[in-house]
Structures are given as C-alpha cells and as structure tokens.
Design a protein around this ligand. Structure first.
Ligand code: FRU
Length: 499
C-alpha cells in the first residue's frame, strides 16, 4: 500500500503504523494526558488486541509510547478504563505512591480454567506511571455466571456519596448494561441491570457503557446522570454509533427520563453524534478540573477495515467537553471541543468577516491556505431557504464536503458523496441528516476540519456530526452558499491551523 501521508491528521491521534480501534483508559496525571487504545501491534486489521499508548501535554500533540498492555498467548486485551487509586483503597500501592490500575476485559482462549471465548474483567497495576501495566495475580476479578462470553468493557467511576466505585459493563449481545460496586477495585458486587425498552434490533451489540454525572445548566445542586452506550450496528447514521440517556442514579440503579415509545423511529432516541465516525466514546479520568472530557474512535465498524489510509488505520476524534442544557423541559447533552483545543485554536487568529448578505442562488468563495481549519459561522435565513458551506473543495469545484441547513424543514445535512475517495466501501458514501431547531431563526456552526475529517458542532454543541473524508491534497477551499431565499452570513470566522 502507498503511504497516505496526505491523510495523516494534524490534530487527531493516529498510531504511526497498524490498526487502532477504541480509546481505552484515558487519564490525566502529573501534567500528562494518557491515552490507551485497542491496537493490533502486527497488522492493518483488528486482531491481537493489546493496549497501545500515547501521551500528550495538551490533548492535541501526541507522542506514541510502547504498547502498555500486550496480548499474550491465550489472553487478548479488550477495552477498559484506568483508575488512579489516590487513597490506595486497593492496597496494591502505598500511601506515598498510590496505585494506577487498569480495569479491562481479558478474552480467554486455550486456558483450562475458562471456556474458550470467555470475556471477564481483570485488573493490572502500573509500576511506572502508566508506561506499562502488569496483570494482577488474582485475575479475572469479575466473571459472569453461567455464561461470560460477551461480558466486557468495564468503565469505573468513584461514587462519592456512597464512598465506593461503580463499574459499568455490558453483556454486548443481550444489549444490557450491568452495574457493580467495589470499595477496593478487586471485589465487585452486582448492583443492577440497565436494559431499557426501546431502540433494539436482533444482533445489535451494546458496548463501552459510561455513566457520567453532570450539573444541569451548570447548577451543582442539580446533578443529573448520563448513560452513554455504543451500539453496533443500526446506529442513526448507519453501522456503529453512540446513544445516550439522561436520568438519575441513586447509587444502585440508573433510571432514564422519558424514553420514546417502543418501536419509535431511531431519530427519536438521543445520539451523541449524527455523523458516521464516532464510536466507543470514553471519559478522561482524573482531569485537572471537574469538566468531563470525552474522546472517541473516529471510525465505524461498517467500513473500519477498508479505510484507505496507510501505514496506519484508525484515529481518534478531538477531545470534547460535556455539559447538560435544559430547554422547556427537554435536556440536551452539549458537546464542544475541549478547552485545550479552544486554547490552541485561539493562538491562530485567522480572518473575521463582517455580516454579508447572500442573495438566493449566490455563493461566496474563500481560499484557505491549509487543510486544517477552524470555521465558525452564524447563518440567518430571510425566508425558508437553504444555506451552508462546501468544505475541502477542489479548484474545479467538483470535490467537496457539503454541509447544508434547510430553514423550512430544520434538517441539517452532511453530504460526503463527493468528498474525495469514497469507493472503498458502499457503506461510506452516504448523506447524514439530523433535526436541528434554529434559535431565533439562526443557526451557528463550529467546524473543525483536518486532513481527513470534518467535525461539526452546531448551535453551541446541541448537535454533533463527525465524518471522515479522503479528499485530494489541495482541496482546501470553502464556499458559502444560499439557495431558495437570501441568507445572512453573520460573524464568519475562518482560521488555518497548520502551515
Ligand atoms: C468496541 C469493541 C469493544 C471491545 C473492543 C475489542 O469497538 O468491540 O466492545 O472491548 O472493541 O477491540
């Protein structure tokens, strides 16, 4: 395969070579962000699942590190999380040197103690601040009886009111999240199942569950809980994607607020992302402030092993920060690029344009210097027309990724059918559509463009769309357009984020 350096992202983590899927156990400690991930150290497709490792001072510039938790004969290493046990409750460290523990899934094969294919939760201790992890002697620490074959993806949070840890895991093919508690990270007691009626399909897998407390409208006295679950396939944009539920957690049980009726359209459920390339979202543990930051695998199981990049395959999304906003009783998870990204982007002043009126049928072309871009625009329609922009556009105008908003139907569309190379999978070249209510007849779009991706945050983070694209190297320009009615492009900001 040719080297495809033109698609090596500038702002998103990629391994130097080989396959990568889910982010695992991200955390912050002593000024360094750590990111682990499912990798195949030997190949360009999924297999030999191990935990690769990268570190960063700022969540944007990553340094690849040696594999931290390798697969060994008969033991593959699936996804999980890392806990900084600052009070040494596990007893595996000392008060002066608190232990750093990985909680992950071991997949057993050829081991007389476990039927082949058993998936069970294990613990590993890092002797060197996260550079490597050594599996605990008593592994696995949690097995499901009588059948532990699809039991995986432990994610652990400290539940302060009860002074214990809560682990969320799944039985993937039963589409159930199982909650456990522990005071030492080694012994786990069952708490409850989360298995809401709702959007299910035979054969759908539930993976990578996460439980996150968030203040509603910034009010620390009104804590709500968000359950995030990755589902594959049949997600909103096709293939794999991430669902979320907002509700309450009482220390034992998560109870979601008003779920749609059984059999409702998938669009009636809550999706973390309406694009195709966001899966296995996970939270950074031990962040220096209380703000939850998420990172996801920027890919889709529907075509992940066909992506045309080389010598690596797989990349992460930007880290995003989360908040909860209520509006007339409806609560929405808001996602925006993490503060570390905003800080970085602000160091690239870019160009600001004052309001410009686009007549119906008019367009406004802007040349960009690089393919790494930050774009923010406010659009206001004088009627019920459509408006939007074409990104990563070629000089002849034939290639481009089109984002369009319909002020009559309130549908936002991301069309990557002409975004560049698309033919490697028939599942790739689709149009992604989502409902977005305007605010005062206005929508705002914040878009981060990288060498092979578009990340869109609409209306202050109410809606997110993440899509990979594979354009030609020099397709850098953008065009704003209006059709059907005049549109006001207010406060357009564009910045090149790389030379
Ligand atoms: C999600 C997933 C997880 C599993 C891992 C294996 O993409 O299937 O459920 O732990 O990938 O690589």
């Amino acid at each position: 395969l040719p080297d495809t350096a033109l698609w090596r992202p500038a702002l998103h983590y990629t391994p130097s070579a080989h396959w990568m899927n889910d982010p695992n156990g991200p955390f912050f400690l002593n000024g360094t962000w750590h990111l682990y991930y499912q990798c195949n150290p030997d190949g360009m497709v999924w297999g030999h699942t191990s935990w690769g490792h990268a570190t960063s001072p700022d969540l944007l510039h990553w340094q690849e590190q040696p594999v931290a938790l390798p697969a060994t004969q008969g033991h593959d290493i699936f996804s999980g999380s890392v806990v900084y046990d600052r009070d040494n409750r596990s007893g595996l460290g000392t008060a002066a040197s608190p232990p750093l523990l990985a909680l992950y899934t071991t997949v057993f094969s050829g081991d007389p103690a476990h039927p082949d294919g058993t998936q069970a939760q294990s613990v590993a201790l890092s002797p060197d601040q996260g550079r490597s992890f050594v599996p605990h002697e008593g592994n696995p620490v949690l097995t499901l009886h009588p059948d532990s074959r699809q039991f995986r993806d432990p994610s652990v949070i400290w539940y302060a009111p009860g002074k214990y840890w809560v682990m969320t895991t799944v039985v993937a093919d039963a589409q159930v999240v199982k909650l456990y508690r522990s005071t030492d990270l080694l012994h786990w007691d069952f708490l409850s199942d989360f298995q809401p009626s709702g959007y299910r399909k035979p054969g759908m897998l539930w993976e990578m569950p996460l439980l996150i407390p968030l203040p509603l409208d910034g009010n620390d006295h009104d804590l709500r809980w968000v359950m995030i679950v990755s589902v594959n396939p049949w997600s909103i944009a096709g293939g794999s994607g991430v669902q979320y539920f907002v509700g309450h957690f009482d220390g034992t049980k998560f109870t979601p607020d008003n779920l749609p009726q059984e059999g409702a359209d998938p669009a009636a459920y809550r999706w973390l992302d309406h694009g195709a390339d966001n899966y296995a979202a996970i939270r950074f543990a031990n962040a220096p402030d209380q703000r939850p930051r998420l990172i996801s695998w920027m890919s889709n199981w529907a075509y992940a092993d066909k992506l045309p990049t080389s010598p690596w395959r797989g990349q992460m999304t930007l880290p995003v920060s989360l908040s909860l906003r209520s509006d007339h009783g409806a609560i929405t998870l808001q996602q925006n690029p993490a503060p570390e990204y905003e800080h970085f982007a602000q160091a690239h002043p870019g160009r600001n344009f004052t309001a410009r009126r686009l007549a119906a049928g008019a367009s406004w072309h802007l040349a960009m210097k690089s393919s790494v871009q930050d774009i923010a625009v406010t659009l206001k329609s004088a009627g019920r027309g459509k408006a939007g922009l074409v990104l990563r556009q070629s000089a002849d105008g034939k290639e481009g990724t089109r984002i369009s908003y319909d002020f009559a139907t309130h549908l936002l569309t991301l069309d990557r059918r002409h975004s560049g190379k698309t033919g490697f999978s028939s599942n790739f070249s689709l149009v992604h559509i989502a409902q977005l209510a305007p605010r005062n007849d206005t929508i705002t779009l914040h878009i981060v463009v990288d060498r092979n991706s578009v990340e869109l945050f609409a209306n202050g983070g109410d809606l997110r769309m993440t899509d990979l694209i594979f354009p030609q190297e020099n397709s850098n320009d953008m065009t704003l357009f209006a059709t059907g009615a005049p549109t006001l492009a207010d406060t357009l900001h564009v910045a090149d984020l790389a030379p």
